[in-house]
Design a protein around this ligand. Structure first.
Ligand SMILES: [Zn+2]
Length: 449
């Protein structure tokens, strides 16, 4: 065994039940055994190579931040508040031109912030794969959604260059194109997926190239969609602030008059329809055998980000196709969006997750902060559902099994005996507990001293 860890409370990631007096045995990146009730009379000695007796502490699944842009971290508190989305986007595009060392320093700071606040895995949107070595150095599990937008073949070519430079030199597929380049150093725990940017910046062909690749390779595909009402307008009839933004960036819109559809339905029914389950909404409710087999079809690993403004048939298409949907509560509040349709999305049966978005529209990367903002927006939301969104639902989206040793261990108030998860979370969502230790892939990545 690599580690034996004793805690007073442990939340089982499969059942979401709290148990008391637990020793966890970690080996090879997994939780190999959970010993409950203090049955090991001799204590921790001899159980593993390393032992940690953490006393009054609760071990929860590590946080999964399902949407961030670590390569925008250098813009933390650099963008004026209160900008319209399209003006904010212009500022971000300028901010991407800053020198590489500044961008790298921002990524490194952000990784420290993640590790210090119990995040053990991220789905990071990445333009050039810059966050891969930093995440690996900090021991955080990462899936990089490699961002593609614009002209399709050039976008996929850039994406392949990033893959060759950062992840793998697939000589079998590349043949002589691989040249003499050396294969990049392996980055343990870091994978890549694909991220077509958004329907307003990325057309059907590029979505299909990227999603087809993700589907065929069993990788995550994530995209922004229906983030603003301006986006609905542009996708619907080609008009509004997005037209000005894109025209200003040199995009030829002379023949574009919109798609006459909402962004979510356009994606789920038309552009990605060939890959997604298309069961009829409401059919077989209560009978799992008649429901679309979301897991088998891989639609959990389609992560729609924001989806702030479902309209028309959107909820039905979400119910049919069962994607993962990511809410970024603090970034949502930053832009002053209308309330996120949490209840409506719960009812579709989609896999709901939480993310922070970037530090250019958020003041931190702490997932307790996201849960707190979620509660402020929806005071009645069950705290344990929010914790699922912040932890195990993210694992599902990333295709991670439930027994992984991705753990965040939090200090309990003195004398705390209660086993009611809802009460504990209610306390913590308001107060941000102190992190005692965290593990990603079975390795210790943070430890309070
Ligand atoms: Zn984003």
């Amino acid at each position: 065994m690599d580690y034996a860890v004793r805690v007073s409370h442990y939340l089982d990631p499969a059942t979401f039940e709290l148990s008391r007096d637990v020793i966890l045995l970690l080996v090879g990146g997994h939780v190999a055994e959970v010993i409950t009730g203090g049955e090991v009379s001799g204590g921790l000695d001899g159980l593993a190579m390393q032992t940690l007796d953490l006393g009054d502490a609760a071990c929860l699944p590590g946080f999964v931040n399902a949407h961030c842009h670590l390569d925008l971290s250098h813009l933390h508190r650099q963008v004026p508040r209160g900008l319209a989305f399209t003006d904010w986007a212009r500022a971000i595009i300028s901010g991407r031109q800053l020198p590489e060392p500044i961008i790298q320093a921002g990524i490194d700071d952000a990784c420290s912030m993640l590790a210090a606040t119990g995040t053990t895995a991220v789905l990071d949107i990445s333009v050039s794969g810059d966050s891969a070595p930093a995440l690996a150095r900090h021991g955080i599990r990462g899936v990089l959604g490699l961002e593609v937008l614009g002209e399709p073949s050039r976008a996929m070519q850039h994406c392949d260059e990033v893959i060759r430079a950062r992840f793998e030199l697939d000589t079998e597929r590349l043949g002589s194109d691989a040249g003499d380049a050396a294969a990049p150093a392996a980055l343990p725990g870091i994978e890549y997926g694909y991220s077509p940017h958004a329907p307003y910046s990325t057309g059907a062909e590029l979505y299909q190239l990227a999603y087809g690749r993700a589907f065929g390779e069993g990788r995550v595909c994530t995209t922004h969609v229906a983030e603003t009402r301006d986006e609905l307008q542009f996708i619907g009839d080609g008009s509004g602030p997005f037209r000005d933004l894109l025209a200003g960036l040199g995009v030829d819109l002379s023949s574009f008059t919109g798609y006459g559809e909402t962004p979510i339905t356009l994606l789920l029914r038309d552009w990605l329809g060939p890959w997604l389950p298309q069961g009829a909404p409401g059919v077989g409710a209560g009978d799992p055998s008649l429901q679309p087999q979301a897991d088998a079809m891989g639609s959990l690993s389609l992560v729609l980000v924001h989806a702030n403004y479902p309209q028309g048939q959107d909820l039905q298409w979400i119910e049919r196709t069962k994607p993962t949907i990511c809410w970024c509560p603090r970034s949502h509040a930053y832009f002053g969006h209308e309330p996120w349709p949490l209840r409506e999305y719960f009812d579709t049966g989609a896999n709901l997750v939480l993310g922070t978005d970037s530090l250019a529209s958020n003041d931190g990367l702490d997932m307790w902060g996201e849960m707190q903002a979620a509660v402020q927006a929806h005071p009645g939301a069950p705290r344990n559902e929010l914790l699922r969104m912040a932890t195990v639902n993210g694992r599902k989206a990333l295709g991670l099994p439930t027994d992984i040793a991705d753990l965040a261990i939090w200090e309990l108030p003195p004398g705390f005996q209660n086993l009611e998860l809802e009460k504990l979370l209610n306390l913590w969502v308001g107060q941000h507990p102190r992190l005692v230790a965290s593990f990603s892939r079975g390795q210790l990545i943070a430890r309070a001293i």
